[in-house]
Design a protein around this ligand. Structure first.
Ligand SMILES: [Zn+2]
Length: 308
């Protein structure tokens, strides 16, 4: 018998009920991508990939419910604080190559303000959008009264020179609405820099369902670089770059795919061992990054300088 479309077939080993597995974004059929381990210890969850040529997003199915933000891991001083600040600087690298002096940059999902602090030190004017009140509070303490910290994108003034959406899009309810909102806050010619775990990366392919980047209890979407580029184009943005270069090759992605029991966000009491393992994985992460195989996709796109 010739197999039908993937979405019409029962999900092997998942109880056979595949209703509703059309792509939640575009309605095209989907096929199974992975059975993703839940790092918090829950049952594995199915991840499916849209087969639509103009879409290609992955999605957790059934979709995850609202999940609390990951613990901030409050970087203090010493090596950990240095590492957190270094990661923040690395994540704004693709942005810094595009913006001029004193740029007004909206950091969507800005967390405790590490990226914004790096931007301030470089003379830019960040605005942090952070819906989690505890993280927003930490950002206000870190950044002081000179930097606005707001809870929603709609509270940030329009006309921004750039928007950072660093590991945000995989969490949102509606990708296209979010992209339209990001475009709307940019001035004509303004830049969007977005990143998300890339399930087509070498790292993800090596670890399959054990890959740390799936995070199926919190990630609604799974976004290869090509899908990010299509999302941006659909929102009327001009794509300048979409790939796996830029940003940090997260050693945690390798470390906690190998040993999820040492993930300090899940088991704080084992944080020391987990961080030691991350340190041991830094060379591998840097090598993957240099080879273009790092575990995250980075998009750089621009609102057209002319037109609506
Ligand atoms: Zn789709």
């Amino acid at each position: 018998m010739t197999p039908g479309p993937a979405a019409a077939r029962p999900e092997a080993g998942r109880g056979g009920d595949d209703r509703g597995a059309a792509c939640p974004r575009c309605g095209a059929p989907s096929r199974r991508w992975a059975l993703a381990r839940d790092r918090t210890g829950g049952a594995p969850r199915a991840v499916r990939r849209c087969t639509g040529a103009d879409c290609g997003v992955g999605f957790t199915w059934p979709p995850p419910g609202p999940a609390p933000a990951a613990p901030a891991g409050g970087p203090g001083g010493g090596a950990l604080g240095w590492a957190a600040a270094a990661m923040a600087r690395a994540s704004i690298g693709p942005l810094l190559r595009r913006i001029g002096p004193g740029a007004r940059v909206i950091d969507l999902g800005g967390g405790s303000g590490l990226r914004a602090a790096a931007l301030v030190r470089l003379g830019h004017r960040p605005v942090v959008v952070e819906p989690d009140p505890a993280e927003a509070g930490r950002a206000r303490i870190r950044l002081g009264p000179g930097v606005a910290v707001v809870g929603e994108l709609g509270q940030a003034a329009r006309g921004a020179d750039a928007v950072l959406a660093w590991h945000v899009l995989e969490h949102v309810d509606d990708l296209d609405q979010t992209m339209a909102a990001l475009r709307a806050v940019l001035r004509p010619g303004g830049w969007l820099v977005a990143a998300a775990p890339d399930p087509t990366s070498a790292e993800a392919r090596a670890f399959r369902g054990r890959w740390h980047g799936w995070e199926p209890a919190r990630h609604r979407w799974h976004l290869p670089a090509a899908a990010l580029a299509r999302l941006a184009a659909a929102a009327g943005l001009e794509v300048a770059e979409a790939g796996r270069r830029g940003g940090w090759g997260y050693p945690a992605g390798i470390a906690f795919s190998l040993a999820p029991g040492l993930d300090p966000q899940v088991r704080p009491e084992r944080a020391t061992a987990g961080r030691a393992l991350c340190g041991a994985c830094v060379p591998a992460a840097l090598a993957l990054r240099a080879a273009g195989g790092g575990g995250q996709a980075v998009l750089v796109a621009r609102r057209p300088a002319t037109g609506a």
